[in-house]
Structure formats: structure tokens, C-alpha cells
Design a binder for this molecule. Structure first.
Ligand SMILES: *[C@@H]1O[C@H](CO)[C@@H](O)[C@H](O)[C@H]1NC(C)=O
Ligand SMILES: *[C@@H]1O[C@H](CO)[C@@H](O)[C@H](O)[C@H]1NC(C)=O
Length: 501
């Protein structure tokens, strides 16, 4: 429940330079460009001269971003939110964000994959979480950092959203494209070596981010920055008689006294609160804070929307987002590793041994694996092929059950994947430079009308995603670490048979 405990691995990024030819890799990905196409049209109407005239005359006291957007109330409306913690958390928040965007009929601003625990929320059960404005500004700052350090990967680079594209109410826009438009900056210049352009750009981005995060308050028709969080709100959708009632989980008396907590947790219908007719409903941008939720003491910590019997579109969306596969590049090379390197049927062992809560449970974690392997050993044939994914470096295996397995080469043949392995780096390179992008490039140039400096300089760390894929191909079974979100994610991939041809 404590979101800081849901983590995967450190070091999300390797500072690994790409070979020169790949530097031509277009900075914008296929999805980004899809969004650009959509956007090119809105962009022109948003900032056409006539609109600028109206806004400068009548609303000069409003922030720049709002003067343009507030006069175009009928135009596209956006949803932003603040993901955090490890990748598994970010993924579950992304799914919730898709759901919220669909319910509220807003275009979802697709965030980057944030560095592992670069941003932390805190603990909902302990009523100790970062407030939404500060959380958003942290996420903003980190996202801009990822762009300027040229190691930005969009969630849409990792996840295959194509099955959602066919569902009418879901629309996406890349964070970078949104920032370029909303902040009226050329985000690409942030990677420019020309420092004179730099400092004013950094300053306008800081101002824009602070505004968007809600640090300056809401702006009518323009921005609604929600301050609701898991301490006070559990979101529901179309549940009769639940809007406004108290949630079953409240801070207990001891906590209230000790921490002087004043929060009262209410269940609220998200559409009634933020939909048409509400103050938020008319805002061009609606910003949520964390969209993390987890079951807790018979309730949900923040979002309790698991079905929607009266809204069939949302119902089918809920089913679709339950499992979002990785992009085909990742799936295919994970399969290839299983087929061409491991070759035989194998068992997958996912062992979380170092991070946080997992440090103290080595015995239990190894016990489950030992039981499974003893069974397989009885049945034969030997050696048993085992794919191991663990955060314990190989040099540290000695003295543990893993060390014993590695020594017993008659009975076991072990396989691991490393971030530097060619199949991993090749796949990462493929992700940042696909041929698909080339044909859209001229259009992106038109949108930007300027040179690009932000071509990726290092490869995204996709090891975890590849390992999960390999594990979903393990025909002899899967042994995971109890309580690990990675294990959950592998179980769900296996259930969805992503490894079938
Ligand atoms: C949803 O938003 C789009 C574009 O912003 C708009 O054209 C459409 O009418 C909206 N749909 C509903 C059901 O409000
Ligand atoms: C792993 O081994 C290295 C080198 O022997 C050592 O410095 C490090 O502390 C070990 N780490 C763990 C988690 O045991």
C-alpha cells in the first residue's frame, strides 16, 4: 500500500551513448507524431492571429497560456496527472489516467517513464502524502530534466496503445507536444548548445510548469488543478447514492490525535465533480495529482472504479486497460531470447532480494523456488532450464540458494539477461529509431518550424520489460516474489498469453 514500497529496479537509465548513425533517430516517436497530426490542426486555430487579438485586448491580466486557450472553450480539453514511484506504479496510474480521461472526455497528456523513484508520493494509510501541487511540480521538473538530458522515453514508446485507438473516447497527446503548444515554447531548444537561448527558455518553462501544477491557483476556463488526494477522496463513477458519502476507511483516533490529522475521506463521483457543468469541466486543462490506488482495509485508497454497468463504453475500456501489452519490438525480442537462446522449455524465477521490504524475506522467496525445482528434478529431464531475473548481481550469488543452483550444472542450466546484452541494446535502439518515423518528419518540422536538438543520447532501460516478456514464455512455470508488483505484472502477461505466436 505504501507506494514507496512498490518498486522495481534502480538505475532506470544507462548512460550509454548511441553510435553516431543512430543519432539521426528522430526525437519524436511514432505516437508523438500521430498526436502531432491531430495537434497541428488545433494549434493553428488556437494561435491564429484573430484569437490573439481578442485575448490581448480583453484578458491581458491572465497568464499567457490561458489567454489563448480560454477564448476557445469548444476546443480540445486536456487531462494531466502526476505519476510517481517505480514503473509498476507508473503503469497502474497511466491506466487510471486513461480511464479518467475517457470518463471526462479529455485528451490524456501521455507522460514520460520517470526515473525509478525520482518522485515519491508517500503513504496513503498513514495520511502522509505530498500535496498535489508540489507533486505535480516535481513531476514537471523531472520530465523537463529528462528532455534536456536527452533520455526521454514516453509511456507510449513502451506500451502498445493501438488496441485503445479503436475505442472512441480515448485521445492522447505527447507531453512534449503539449508543452510546446501550451507554454508556447520550442521545447527542442532546451537541448541546444546555444546557452543564450537556454536561460530564458528554462525560465518560461519553470513559470509554465508552476502555473500548470496549480502553484498559482486555478484560472477560470483555463486550468483546474485538483487538490484532491487519497487522504480525502475516493473516486467513484455512476454508483447510486455514493456521491458525497463517507468512505469506510478513515484515520483512526490515535492517528488523528498523534498527527493532528483532520482529513475526512469521502467517496465522490468523478464525473459529477469534474465533468460538464462543474468549474473543472469548463477548464481547458484539468490536472490531477497522483492517480495511484490500491485496495486497503476493505476500501480503495483513491480510485474505486472497477466496473461501469451503465456506461458500456467505459465498461469495455475498463476491460481493455486491465492489460496493456508492451510494444511489439519488446515482445518479439523477448520471445526471440526464449526461442533462440534458452531453446528448451524453462522455468522463470523472479527473485526480488534487495529492494525495500524484500530484503528481509530471502528465505521465503528461495523456499518457493526450491520446492518447485525439487518437483521438476524428480520428473526430469535434466538439466532443468531456468531463467533468473533478480536484482541480486551475479557476483553476489555465492552463498545463497542461487549460488547452489549455479554450481549444480548437471541439474540446472541458468540463464539471465543483462542491460548490456546485445539483444537488449538492439531492441532499445530499435525503439528510439524506427523507420516509421521518417515519413512523418516533415510534418513535425512544420509544427516546430525549427531545428531539433533533443535526439536521444542514451538508450532507454528496457531490461525489466524484456525480462518480464521472457518470463511470460516460461512453459515449465513461473515462481515470483510474494508481494512484488513485477510478479503481478508477469502473471498478468502469462494469463493474456502474450508469448503465443
Ligand atoms: C468530447 O470531446 C470532443 C472534442 O473535445 C467533442 O467534439 C465531443 O462532442 C465530446 N463528446 C461528448 C460526449 O461530450
Ligand atoms: C556484492 O558484491 C560486492 C563485491 O564483492 C560487494 O561490494 C557488495 O556489497 C555485494 N552486495 C550485496 C548486496 O551483497
Amino acid at each position: 500500500m505504501d507506494s514507496t514500497l512498490h518498486s522495481n529496479r534502480t538505475n532506470r537509465w544507462k548512460k550509454r551513448p548511441i553510435n553516431p548513425p543512430n543519432c539521426k533517430a528522430p526525437f519524436l516517436t511514432f505516437f508523438t507524431i500521430l498526436f502531432c497530426i491531430v495537434f497541428f490542426i488545433s494549434y493553428k486555430s488556437l494561435f491564429s492571429p484573430s484569437i490573439h487579438q481578442i485575448s490581448t485586448n480583453s484578458q491581458s491580466d491572465l497568464p499567457l497560456q490561458c489567454t489563448a486557450t480560454s477564448t476557445t472553450g469548444s476546443l480540445e480539453k486536456f487531462l494531466w496527472y502526476a505519476p510517481h514511484s517505480g514503473f509498476s506504479n507508473q503503469l497502474s496510474e497511466f491506466k487510471n489516467a486513461i480511464l479518467m480521461a475517457a470518463i471526462l472526455n479529455r485528451t490524456l497528456i501521455v507522460p514520460p517513464v520517470l526515473d525509478h523513484h525520482a518522485v515519491a508520493l508517500g503513504s496513503c494509510p498513514k495520511f502522509r502524502v505530498l500535496n498535489a501541487n508540489d507533486l505535480r511540480f516535481k513531476v514537471w521538473t523531472h520530465s523537463i530534466e529528462l528532455i534536456s538530458e536527452r533520455r526521454y522515453t514516453s509511456m507510449a514508446d513502451i506500451l502498445d496503445l493501438s488496441s485503445l485507438m479503436s475505442i472512441a473516447p480515448v485521445r492522447f497527446i505527447d507531453f512534449r507536444v503539449f508543452v510546446s503548444m501550451w507554454c508556447e515554447v520550442n521545447i527542442n531548444l532546451i537541448c541546444s548548445e546555444d546557452l543564450s537561448k537556454h536561460s530564458s527558455l528554462i525560465e518560461s518553462l519553470r513559470q509554465c510548469g508552476s502555473l500548470l501544477s496549480g502553484l498559482n491557483g486555478n484560472v477560470k476556463n483555463c486550468l483546474y488543478a485538483s487538490e484532491e488526494d487519497c487522504r480525502m477522496t475516493v473516486w467513484t463513477y455512476q454508483k447510486d447514492g455514493e456521491d458525497g458519502i463517507l468512505d469506510s476507511f478513515q484515520p483512526d483516533d490515535e492517528l488523528k490525535k498523534k498527527k493532528r490529522i483532520t482529513f475526512v475521506r469521502k467517496r465522490r463521483d468523478v464525473q459529477k465533480t469534474f465533468g460538464p457543468g462543474s468549474e473543472a469541466g469548463s477548464a481547458s486543462v484539468l490536472a490531477f495529482g497522483s492517480l495511484f490506488t490500491a485496495p486497503y482495509k476493505g476500501s480503495e485508497s483513491h480510485i474505486d472504479i472497477h466496473e461501469s454497468p451503465r456506461d458500456r463504453r467505459i465498461q469495455s475500456l475498463i476491460q481493455k486497460i486491465e492489460f496493456l501489452p508492451f510494444v511489439p519490438e519488446i515482445i518479439n525480442s523477448g520471445k526471440k531470447f526464449a526461442l533462440q537462446t534458452i531453446k528448451a522449455p524453462f522455468l522463470c524465477a523472479q527473485l526480488r532480494l534487495l529492494d525495500g521490504q524484500f530484503k528481509n524475506h530471502w528465505r521465503a522467496t528461495f523456499q518457493a523456488l526450491k520446492e518447485k525445482l525439487d518437483l521438476l528434478k524428480e520428473k526430469g529431464p535434466l538439466p532443468i532450464h531456468v531463467f533468473v531475473m533478480t536484482d541480486l548481481p551475479r557476483i553476489n550469488w555465492t552463498g545463497s540458494y542461487l549460488g547452489d543452483l549455479a554450481k549444480d550444472s548437471d541439474a540446472f542450466k541458468l540463464f539471465i539477461l543483462g542491460a548490456e546484452d546485445k539483444i537488449v541494446t538492439d531492441t532499445a535502439e530499435k525503439l528510439v529509431s524506427t523507420g516509421q518515423n521518417a515519413k512523418f518528419e516533415s510534418l513535425v518540422n512544420k509544427l516546430d518550424g525549427r531545428e531539433k536538438h533533443c535526439n536521444p543520447q542514451s538508450l532507454p532501460d528496457i531490461l525489466l520489460f524484456m525480462e518480464e516478456t521472457v518470463c511470460s514464455c516460461a512453459r515449465l512455470g513461473f515462481v515470483g516474489t510474494a508481494g512484488s508488483t513485477i510478479a503481478e505484472s508477469i502473471e498478468s502477461m502469462r494469463k493474456n498469453s502474450i508469448c503465443l505466436p
